[in-house]
Design a protein around this ligand. Sequence first.
Ligand SMILES: NC(=O)c1ccc[n+]([C@@H]2O[C@H](COP(=O)([O-])OP(=O)(O)OC[C@H]3O[C@@H](n4cnc5c(N)ncnc54)[C@H](OP(=O)(O)O)[C@@H]3O)[C@@H](O)[C@H]2O)c1
Length: 284
Amino acid sequence: METKRKALVTGASSGIGRETAIRLAREGFQVIAAARRKERLDELAKQNPNIIPRSVDLSDAQARDHFSKELLNLADPVTVLVNNAGFSLRGAFEDVSISGVKSLFEVNLFALIQITQACLPGMRRLRKGTIVNLSSIVGKFPFPTSGSYSATKHAVEAISDALRMEVRPFGIRVVAIRPGMIGTEFNETANRLTGDLLSRTDPDYKPVYQAYGAGMGKLFANVSIPGPELIAELIVEVVLSESPKTVYAAGPFVKELLGERLRLDDEGFYEFMMEKTGLKGLKV
Ligand SMILES: NC(=O)c1ccc[n+]([C@@H]2O[C@H](COP(=O)([O-])OP(=O)(O)OC[C@H]3O[C@@H](n4cnc5c(N)ncnc54)[C@H](OP(=O)(O)O)[C@@H]3O)[C@@H](O)[C@H]2O)c1
């Protein structure tokens, strides 16, 4: 009997990861769905017999070690890895704690590195595999007040670019996905973890936050925000493709902002973003 191709999707309890796990399961993959919220994963597995729930806190180094060992010892290795778990924290540079920045890097970058390292030996053995890393449009440029999150995604881009060249000789493909704004729990989680910035920031920063808030209000006016299906379908297309591209981008602001970042020089893009974010000409 032919064994099912095995996939691993991290951050599968909601949003993009959940939709991706469902679609890969439908395509016949046996999908390990990993995240912290066990009830969500169990529910997902109940509805999809091809899904194996795996509750794991990817910010916890010990839990990651344990999970990595499991992955390394699988008889049928993971050949499709979707590194999707991630979150954001907001705040001006001076308002973000170093522990907050570390927690972002633990999940968005270090977990991605460690889980990928645990899947690569199996992929090399089989001389095939697809690794899909969730970056963001902010993997190529930052918004003000989310420099740390953006830094994690810049790192994901760099890691993906280097790894892609290293493992191509073994038939392993590495693809980065850059979503624009997508309607998931992402924003709600970022707001909850960030808390009320205005009540704790130095008075100097209040006008900065206010101008930025107004700038963002304008930028987001009349933008219709797609659901996670948009990105999940793209990921499945990448996985099933004979020859996927290195990078894909989809969603709002891909053309308007990422497109400008790729077109303008550094000075030009700085001026463009100051204007777009409502900070141009602000003096405090
Ligand atoms: N939504 C957007 O606008 C957008 C745009 C660009 C890029 N992205 C990227 O897309 C990816 C998916 O985000 P989403 O929009 O689908 O957000 P989401 O709905 O909030 O999903 C995030 C997932 O990550 C998991 N996760 C977070 N911390 C974890 C931890 N410590 N251990 C294990 N799992 C953890 C969450 O599960 P638990 O809470 O159950 O652990 C959840 O399943 C992220 O990498 C994000 O940076 C999103």
